[in-house]
Design a protein around this ligand. Structure first.
Ligand SMILES: NC(=O)c1ccc[n+]([C@@H]2O[C@H](COP(=O)([O-])OP(=O)(O)OC[C@H]3O[C@@H](n4cnc5c(N)ncnc54)[C@H](O)[C@@H]3O)[C@@H](O)[C@H]2O)c1
Length: 473
């Protein structure tokens, strides 16, 4: 690692104090709403270590489950990162994370059970946050305020209010925040995006995302409450969520099926898919969402739906001048139909349809004139294989840490997409179609946005358990 030249040193010696400040934060609408001590935030940003192209970056992992450890491998395999600290409230998970580092020739990292001790370390440049969804916002906000850059797993927020605060913080402290929607970094996803934007699919009137699987009849099953296992700080695991006895069906991995901790399938998986459809069409905000669904078949303990059909309406965008409709279909209790796999995305255009997943994309042209035998194929079954998208996503984050550019899956972009996902649940739980005012970030009962919808708006934020409140930004 080179001498710890801070950003302030660099800016002062090069006279770039103001020029540098325009890279991150410029154009982010969130900054306008950030309050608090701006001078203190500017000082934190200015004191951030400047990382040169050959400097080693010190990272810490917070949340050492399957995804956290998987992410860590990409940071270490690049050869330009040290894992100086790992943090989890489960001793066994800490052991596993240390093994990941040591297997790659790294020194055994320092182990922590409380992430705040990680954030106190001056030598940590970036944190990877791969805790359950209800435990993203608080450490992200505190990490940003401590001058760290952040790679946060998706969905970044447990609710819409949290996402807005993360944008404000990133903007105010000029932090690089990359969200783990790594599909954006796949070359073939970018090729498909460019194909659609080029107009070759014609005018897009509809997009579709779907996730299908069959966990019937009893899904993850049942388990009685029991004492929390030794070696685990269960109260910390609950964090901002309501206090309740330990139950293994709500703990590691399974938390994603409970609204106390997550958003169910629409936040877990559809966020990856709708990320690509909304990003491709550059339509950051849905104007209305209507969701049907429920827990119709599965008998396990989850409280998120096993079946969902969310219909979105979008206003015009650069590639959809008259607006379009998006549908998300989710089944956890009936598998893929004869014509589809377990997940995917479809763009429906006036010249044909493009199907896209992590393995590739293909286009089937529409027969404009059904009497023409050659008219049915636009790009006949053009398959393009997937590649190292996860690694590229991490490398993009590390590069942005060096250049202070906005990463490919910025928190602001992500907030808009995940808001659409959260709104599917808001509509389902409110039991009606909701109209979304993206500037006020509130739901209304009418298209003219005159009558607020309190039943829907109660789901835009959560109550935080005492001692685990959101930090002020
Ligand atoms: N990008 C992707 O493709 C992808 C894939 C899977 C999961 N994820 C996301 O990654 C995150 C983690 O998912 P997972 O499947 O690894 O979950 P997991 O439950 O297996 O692991 C989460 C870990 O975080 C720890 N933890 C909880 N609260 C903590 C706290 N306050 N401080 C420190 N550690 C804490 C838990 O003990 C656990 O070890 C989730 O947000 C999930 O949505 C992303």
């Amino acid at each position: 690692m080179s001498d710890p030249v801070t950003r302030r040193d660099f800016l002062e010696t090069t006279g770039m104090a103001f020029a540098g400040a325009t890279v991150l934060g410029a154009g982010m609408s969130g900054c306008a709403s950030a309050g608090g001590d701006r001078a203190a935030a500017a000082a934190v940003a200015a004191n951030r270590r400047l990382i040169g192209s050959n400097d080693t970056i010190n990272v810490a992992l917070i949340g050492c489950g399957g995804m956290g450890r998987f992410n860590l491998t990409f940071f270490l395999d690049d050869g330009k990162c040290n894992a100086v600290a790992v943090c989890d409230l489960d001793e066994e998970r800490l052991d596993l994370a240390c093994e990941v580092v040591e297997q790659r020739g790294g020194q055994r990292p320092a182990r922590y059970k409380n992430y705040r001790e990680v954030l106190d370390r001056q030598d940590v440049d970036a944190v990877i946050i791969a805790t359950p969804d209800h435990w993203h916002a608080i450490p992200v906000l505190e990490a940003i305020a401590a001058g760290k850059d952040v790679y946060c797993e998706k969905p970044a927020s447990h609710n819409i209010r949290e996402g807005r605060l993360m944008i404000d913080a990133a903007c105010k402290y000029k932090a690089v925040v990359q969200v783990g929607t790594q599909q954006r970094s796949a070359q073939h996803m970018q090729d498909a995006r460019d194909f659609i934007r080029s107009g070759q699919l014609g005018e897009i009137s509809m997009t579709e995302t779907y996730t299908y699987g069959n966990d019937a009849p009893d899904g993850m099953g049942h388990a009685p409450d029991e004492p929390a296992p030794a070696g685990i700080d269960y109260d910390m695991w609950l964090g901002p969520a309501p206090a309740r006895p330990f139950n293994p069906r709500r703990f590691h991995h399974n938390w994603r099926w409970y609204f106390d901790y997550a958003a169910g399938m629409v936040g877990d998986w559809n966020v990856h898919l709708q990320d690509i459809t909304m990003w491709t069409l550059r339509t950051p905000h849905a104007k209305a969402v209507s969701t049907s669904g429920g827990k119709f078949v599965l008998t396990d303990d989850r409280d998120t739906p096993d079946t969902m059909l969310a219909t979105y309406e979008f206003d015009s965008g650069p590639y959809t001048p008259n607006g379009y409709v998006h549908i998300y279909t989710m089944r956890k209790a009936s598998g893929p139909p004869w014509h589809a796999g377990g997940y995917g995305m479809v763009f429906y255009g006036s010249k044909g349809k493009l199907h896209l997943d992590r393995n590739g994309w293909e286009v089937i042209g529409d027969a404009i004139d059904w009497r023409d035998p050659d008219a049915g194929r636009l790009v006949p079954n053009a398959k393009h294989g997937g590649e190292r998208h996860h690694e590229r996503h991490v490398l993009n984050f590390l590069e942005c840490m060096r250049t202070r550019q906005t990463p490919i899956a910025s928190i602001e972009d992500h907030h808009n997409i995940v808001t659409a996902c959260h709104l599917a649940n808001v509509s389902l739980r409110a039991g009606r179609k909701v109209f979304w005012d993206h500037q006020k970030e509130l739901c209304f009962k009418d298209e003219e946005l005159r009558i607020p919808d309190p039943k829907a708006n109660q789901y835009l934020a959560r109550d935080y358990r005492t001692g685990y409140e959101l930090p002020k930004v």
